[in-house]
Design a protein around this ligand. Structure first.
Ligand code: SF4
Length: 303
C-alpha cells in the first residue's frame, strides 16, 4: 500500500465508517446489468461507456454492443464505422474508436482477453486510472480502490470534512479498503455516492449518516472543492460536442459530400462546420472517400 499522507484523526474514522458501509451495502445496491457479472469484457465496455455518459443512458447501448461484439476480438475485427454506429447516442464518440483500438491490443497482445493488472489496463487506449482500477476490481477482484466523482464526494464529506488534494483522495480511498471483498466494498461506495451523497445530498435518508463527519461537525460542503469531484458540465445543447454528434449521425447511413452535409445541418454556420469536421478527421472518426465524407472504416464495408 502507498505511504499514507493523512492525519491520524482521519485514519481513526475509517474502521467505524467501513463497518457502517458494509452493513448498509446490500440495501444500497443498484440494479444494473453489469454489476456482479463474471465477464471482464462486458465490465470493460460498461466502464468505458460510463466514463462520460449517465448510467440510465448506457444500459440499452451496452446490451446492443455486447450482443453485436461479445468478445474483444469480435470488436477488433469490426469496421470502425459499424462501431461508431452502435455508439450513436452515447456521446464522446472518440471513446468508440479507443474501445476498438483497445480491443485490437487485447486481441494482439493478450490472447483476446481483457488484461487484469492496472499497469496493463492503463496502457490501453482511452483507459485512465479510474477505469483501470474499476476493471481490475470489478472484473478481477484486485485489491485496488475505485475513486470516481461519486466516491470523491463521500470521502470529502463523510470522512475528511474538508476538501482533499488528489494524492490525499487516492490515499484515503486506498486506506478505507477492507482486507477482503474489496469489489463489493468499492461498489457500495459508488452506490452511496450515486444515490445518496449526490451533489445535493440526501442526508436525511442516508444509511451511513451516523458515521458522517460532515453531519456531526457541520460547516461548508467540502465536496465541490475536493479532488476527483467533477464540476458542473457546460450545457450540451448547441455545444460543439452536440454538433459533432449530429455530423456522425448524418453519416450513419453512408458517405455525403460536404455540400450535402451542410444542407443536412443547415442551422450550423459553414466555418464552424468545417472546423468540426476537421476535428473529427483528426480524431480518426471520419475520412474522405471520392470527395465525400464517410465514417472511418465505411470503405472497408463498401467493397
Ligand atoms: S450523511 Fe449526507 S454527506 Fe454524509 S455520507 Fe450521507 S449523504 Fe453524504
Amino acid at each position: 500500500m502507498a505511504e499514507v499522507t493523512l492525519e491520524p484523526e482521519i485514519l481513526n474514522l475509517l474502521p467505524p465508517f467501513r463497518r457502517a458501509l458494509r452493513r448498509a451495502s446490500l440495501g444500497l445496491r443498484r440494479e444494473l446489468p453489469w454489476i456482479g457479472l463474471n465477464d471482464p469484457w462486458a465490465i470493460f465496455v460498461s466502464e468505458v461507456m460510463l466514463q462520460q455518459t449517465s448510467t440510465g443512458r448506457v444500459i440499452e447501448p451496452w446490451r446492443r454492443f455486447l450482443s453485436t461484439y461479445p468478445t474483444p476480438t469480435a470488436c477488433a475485427r469490426a469496421p470502425l464505422a459499424d462501431v461508431l454506429r452502435l455508439w450513436s447516442g452515447l456521446g464522446y464518440p472518440r471513446r468508440a474508436k479507443s474501445l476498438r483500438d483497445a480491443a485490437q491490443v487485447m486481441t494482439d497482445r493478450f490472447d483476446g482477453h481483457v488484461p487484469s493488472s492496472v499497469e496493463d489496463l492503463v496502457s490501453l487506449a482511452g483507459v485512465g486510472p479510474y477505469t483501470a482500477h474499476a476493471v481490475a476490481s470489478f472484473a478481477f477482484g484486485r485489491r485496488v480502490a475505485v475513486l470516481d466523482t461519486n466516491v470523491g464526494r463521500v470521502l470529502a464529506r463523510a470522512i475528511a470534512n474538508r476538501p482533499l488534494r488528489p494524492r490525499e483522495a487516492q490515499d484515503l480511498a486506498t486506506a478505507l479498503l477492507p482486507r477482503k471483498s474489496t469489489a463489493d466494498f468499492n461498489q457500495a461506495l459508488l452506490d452511496l455516492g450515486a444515490q445518496w451523497c449526490v451533489r445535493e445530498p440526501r442526508c436525511a435518508q442516508c444509511p451511513v449518516r451516523a458515521q458522517c463527519r460532515w453531519q456531526r461537525e457541520g460547516g461548508d460542503d467540502p465536496a465541490p472543492r475536493s479532488a476527483a469531484v467533477s464540476r458542473p458540465q457546460a450545457a450540451f445543447a448547441g455545444s460543439d460536442r452536440q454538433v459533432r454528434g449530429r455530423i456522425l449521425r448524418a453519416l450513419n447511413h453512408g458517405a455525403l459530400s460536404q455540400h450535402t452535409l451542410a444542407f443536412e445541418l443547415y442551422d450550423i454556420d459553414a466555418p464552424r462546420l468545417v472546423i468540426l469536421t476537421n476535428q473529427l478527421r483528426r480524431d480518426g472518426l471520419i475520412s474522405d472517400h471520392d470527395e465525400r465524407l464517410a465514417l472511418s472504416g465505411d470503405d472497408e464495408t463498401s467493397h
